[in-house]
Design a binder for this molecule. Structure first.
Ligand SMILES: Cc1ncc(COP(=O)(O)O)c(C=O)c1O
Length: 415
């Protein structure tokens, strides 16, 4: 049978996931990979988790193996409200302000469903978290791509774009700004306090919603913690997306949306048709885990490990790439990623083939754009390679850069 003419326009728009394709071709054991964006499995609390899982199945099976409510496990929601008070200093939340999702990825899909039509506008960062692009693309909205600076989104640029929409009489079609506030994926940047406040001012002036996606905030290894945009705005027009993926385990597939209760009610309706409810089993495991253990104490050793790896990685970048004019990279204060910009004329997709031969891989930056990409960029994650591999990997990257420059006749200017 020919399936082609049966597909929906939505599914026809979906492109294959370039990251998966690239990583598939690079499964070789000797390859040093800066490509992965996943936690180190050695950091998972397997013993504590298996004890709790056993108790939850044996003693609470009437709930943990049964269907649950779309809103989420009341025990998890209760514990999460406590965490928000203790860790984020956000008070006054009730269960009506929260919904549990199947990872933050589902939350992004729900956001798309609830807010976007084909004629809607939304602003996203340039580069963007790939999964957010995939989720929003299903609604085929009009994107306004805002360049990222070292302290987050260029707010002047955003303001200008909003002004233009207003002048064209289209501002009511502008729905939200999507931002990864801490340790951006893919860019590693954090939105400064001043920019957070300006974003809220603009949201009030032009009447839009802010989607604050914060999977990495708890993984800060240096610098001062910033208040969430949600807290700064008392949750009025901010939808906060959180997840257990980077602080406990992505296999649980648990995210949490925190928002105004009117918005949560709509989001519950959208989720019902997707999966009825998120896994009751993993929700109850997570609830009991955070009830019994101090989650933020538990992740301290992981944060220490990531900090040490980040330092090693930054040292290697300085050592092997620091002498090339026009090479720059983000020094993240937390999270899993840095973002390298090579001189004009480099195409990191083409460079990928040479790097693969040299046995080092990364994610070419062009994967992370919803419109015209910057081709001389790459995402690099430092959390999975060993300390020796971090050094050796950047050394190989330099060799690949030199070879590419030679092949293409690009003259590398040295400092
Ligand atoms: C910025 C961002 N948002 C959302 C997600 C989705 O996370 P999950 O579905 O595992 O909660 C990720 C995962 O890497 C991410 O980097």
């Amino acid at each position: 049978m020919k399936f082609e003419n049966k597909y929906s326009e939505t599914v026809k728009r979906i492109k294959s996931n370039l990251i998966r394709e690239l990583l598939k071709t690079a499964g070789d054991k000797d390859i040093i990979s800066f490509g992965g964006g996943i936690p180190d499995p050695e950091t998972f609390p397997i013993k504590k988790m298996s004890e709790i899982a056993n108790e939850v199945i044996m003693n609470e099976y009437r709930v943990s193996l049964q269907y649950g409510s779309t809103e989420g496990d009341p025990e998890l929601i209760k514990q999460y409200i406590r965490l928000m008070e203790e860790y984020e200093g956000i008070h006054g939340l009730t269960e009506e302000n929260l919904m549990v999702t199947t990872g933050s990825q589902q939350a992004l899909f729900i956001v798309g469903t609830v807010f976007l039509d084909e004629d809607s506008y939304c602003a996203v960062s340039k580069p963007i978290y790939l999964g957010a692009g995939s989720a929003f693309n299903q609604r085929n909205p009009k994107y306004i791509s805002i360049p990222l600076e070292k302290d987050g989104m260029n707010i002047d640029y955003l303001e200008n774009e909003l002004k233009k929409l207003d002048e064209n009489g289209e501002i009511d079609k502008f729905k939200f700004v999507y931002t990864v506030s801490n340790f951006h994926n893919p860019a590693g940047t954090t939105l400064s306090l001043e920019k957070r406040k300006r974003l809220i001012e603009l949201a009030e002036k032009y009447d839009f919603i802010i989607i604050e996606d914060d999977p990495y905030g708890a993984l800060r290894f240096e610098g001062e913690k910033q208040p969430s945009i949600f807290k700064l705005n008392n949750g009025e027009r901010v939808v906060l997306l959180n997840t257990f993926s980077k602080v406990l385990s992505p296999g649980l597939r648990i995210g949490v949306i925190v928002a105004n209760k009117e918005l949560i009610r709509k989001m519950v309706l959208a989720k019902q048709g997707m999966d009825l409810c998120s896994s009751t089993l993993t929700q109850r495991i997570a609830a009991r885990f955070i009830e019994k253990y101090d989650l933020f104490e538990e992740i301290k050793p992981t944060i220490e490990l990531y900090r040490a790896k980040k330092d090693k990685f930054m040292e290697a970048l300085e050592k092997y790439l620091g002498d090339i004019e026009g090479v720059d990279w983000i020094r993240p204060e937390g999270g899993l990623f840095s973002w390298i910009t090579l001189p004009e004329g480099f195409d990191t997709m083409e460079l990928f083939e040479i790097a693969k031969r040299k046995k080092v891989i990364y994610i070419p930056g062009e994967t992370f754009y919803v419109d015209e990409p910057e081709r001389n960029t790459m995402r690099v994650s430092f959390c999975l390679p060993s300390f020796e591999e971090l050094d050796e990997g950047v050394k190989r990257l330099r060799e690949a850069i030199d070879e590419y420059a030679k092949e293409k006749g690009i003259e590398l200017k040295l400092k």
